[in-house]
Design a protein around this ligand. Structure first.
Ligand SMILES: C[S@@+](CC[C@H](N)C(=O)[O-])C[C@H]1O[C@@H](n2cnc3c(N)ncnc32)[C@H](O)[C@@H]1O
Length: 343
């Protein structure tokens, strides 16, 4: 057994692990016997929690996730590591960020990231591990074959927050695009992760996003594009956006620059009539002399009216309308009128 303060113990076990499945669960807390680290189909499970600071309590926390403190591969004042065959379970008693840095410095991939009940609401965490900076740095460690993301709240994709303690949160997206990653909802057995205040956990498969764009032009010079991408990736090139409250919250979370905007309350009912809403966007852009306006999927599956309105639009503004969407099947009813231009 390795005892003592290694500068980064993960480097001692990283070489056989590189390229394999690594689970990272920050703010893991005390398992209470509900979640067994050895049940993960993974070569390495890494948990982190800044509590507790007594060494016998550390054993208890380690054992609460199925660890055996009598069979340690390595231990110190701030970690316990057990090895079973070729597999390892590590519990670090320290700050989530410091543990992430150990993983990165050991050149380990992360293949499953668990952002569950991380203490950002109650539990003393100074940040949310589902926030944009965290997802950015974690997804960068996913291998090219993609990774798995488990969460029960996220200011970015699943906006359950304290406002929703007494009301229903919005339905989580089935598909989402974050930076250049595509997230697709999967349906694993997740009840055992959901111990906390936010309710059930969700699972997303995360892969690199291949963006797709369809373009339509008419004689009156308005160009319309359908873009399978997140509007948040384009705010710097848009003069104005017309979006839902939820989308605006996401823009606030993700974007440094937010262009002139109009927020539509009750998005689904307010945008159901695609002709009426298209005219609304065009008139708003004309009134404000906006050349390029962006919006998000609307029309509830009916989109023919978008082209009807655009065909009769002959004003100087806007020159470009960009409609962004997450669901890759969306706008099928009018795509044949558009030219596919790839990414
Ligand atoms: C509400 S508890 C939930 C624990 C566990 N995720 C669960 O669902 O049972 C939140 C945990 O986050 C830990 N925590 C808060 N901020 C942390 C940080 N910056 N680094 C590591 N752990 C942190 C706390 O010690 C606490 O155990």
């Amino acid at each position: 057994m390795v005892v003592g303060q290694e500068c980064n113990i993960l480097t001692k076990i990283s070489s056989p692990i590189t390229g394999s499945d690594v689970v990272f669960y920050p703010s893991a807390g005390h398992g209470g016997g509900k979640l067994d680290a050895w049940e993960f189909d993974a070569d390495l499970v890494i948990m982190a929690d800044k509590m507790p600071d007594q060494s016998d309590t550390m054993d208890d926390w380690f054992e609460s996730f199925g660890g055996d403190s009598d069979q340690l591969f390595a231990s110190s004042d701030n970690y316990r590591i057990e090895q079973r065959g070729d597999r390892y379970f590590c519990f670090f008693f320290g700050d989530n960020n410091e543990v992430f840095e150990k993983i990165r410095d050991a050149h380990l991939p992360i293949t499953t990231f668990i952002g569950i009940n991380d203490g950002c609401g109650e539990g003393g965490n100074y940040e949310c591990v589902n926030s944009q900076p965290w997802l950015h740095k974690v997804f960068k460690r996913f291998p090219t074959s993609g990774g798995r993301y488990i969460t029960d709240h996220s200011p970015v994709i699943y906006p359950v927050n304290h406002q929703h303690w007494h009301s229903h949160p919005p339905k989580p997206h089935r598909e989402f695009i974050f930076e250049d990653w595509n997230l697709k909802r999967g349906y694993g057995r997740l009840r055992r992760y959901s111990s906390g205040m936010y309710g059930r956990g969700l699972q997303y498969e995360v892969n690199r996003h291949n963006r797709s764009v369809w373009r339509w032009e008419n004689e009156t010079d308005v160009t319309v594009t359908l873009e399978h991408d997140n509007i948040a990736n384009y705010t710097e090139s848009l003069d104005g956006v017309v979006v839902s409250r939820r989308c605006k919250n996401q823009l606030d979370e993700l974007c440094e620059v937010i262009p002139q905007h109009q927020v539509i309350r009750g998005w689904h009912s307010g945008t159901e009539d695609e002709e009426y809403f298209t005219r609304h966007i065009l008139e708003w852009a004309e009134d404000n002399q906006l050349s390029t306006v962006g919006t998000i999927a609307y029309g509830q599956g009916e989109h023919e009216g978008i082209l009807t309105v655009l065909n009769s639009w002959a004003k100087a503004y806007p020159q470009r309308v960009k409609i962004f969407f997450f669901d890759e099947e969306d706008f099928q009813d009018i795509r044949s009128n558009f030219e596919y231009t790839g990414g």
